[in-house]
Design a protein around this ligand. Sequence first.
Ligand code: CP
Length: 325
Amino acid sequence: MTEPVLGKDLLGLEGLDADRIRLILDNAESFKEVSERSIKKVPTLRGKTIVNLFYEPSTRTRISFEFAEKRLSADTVNIASAGSSVEKGETLVDTARNLEAMRIDMVVVRHPSSGAPKFLADRIPSNVVNAGDGRHEHPTQGLLDLLTIRDALGEVAGRRVCIVGDIVHSRVARSNMWGLLTLGAEVAFCGPRTLMPSGVEALGVQVFHRIEEAIEWADVLNVLRLQFERMEAGFIPSLGEYYRVFGVTAERLERAPRDLVILHPGPMNRGVEIDSRVADGPHSVILQQVTNGIAVRMAVLYLLTGGGSAAGGSTQRTGSRRETA
Ligand code: CP
């Protein structure tokens, strides 16, 4: 049997080469049409059992994985830490081993601790997909952002993408940075000094501390929320002050030298990091990100379970393994 092209697990975009990222995006492109059918289902993962194990709140990611799994005909179970034996003190690995004993094939895990998906992947034979771990990575969010930028601008290479806001606490910023740099984009971070990791310039990332400069430089803004759940101190004077200095507002975008594509991974805090007129405006692709999330997750699940060809080769076409169920 040939080795799956992505290996056993998807834990992050750091280290994933450009051919593999393009393979995922190309497969996602061909999976998009499944969600446009009246019967949104193909038999690709029939007989596979996938557990969505979420130790943190989630709307988009959990539901998007669940739709992706159901549209590929997998059997799915959702487990949240609230209401499970985690509340009684069971460890992550004991929970996973018990799931293994029920003969599962894959675990999609979100966890507040950076490295938890890797810890799990090293200990269980099932595929593990990182659905966001602490401040570390959120690879499927990075991939859906790449697909959305590619849809909007035709290609990622050479585009200037600025990630704005709470960079230091953001796994989305890290996955975006690795994926964008690998595909040849220019990457910048913009935010207050208190929310900026040190040393990113050494990775080839430009840093702005004035939103006006970022808007003048960029083709794309990816706007992040302030992640208070991961903050251990007061990083900003107040929400009002943050919006005054760093808010992505319609007035600021009107002064941009070109039309900017606006992304936000959600959940959005309107009037804190982004103005509603921008979030709902003509250059926002925020809801396209959500739609693309399902196709990207279908592609990841398909490739991890052995679908697809060698990286750089041709992608699977809808209608071969993906005929209507
Ligand atoms: N973008 C994102 O991860 O959203 P959720 O926290 O709702 O999953």
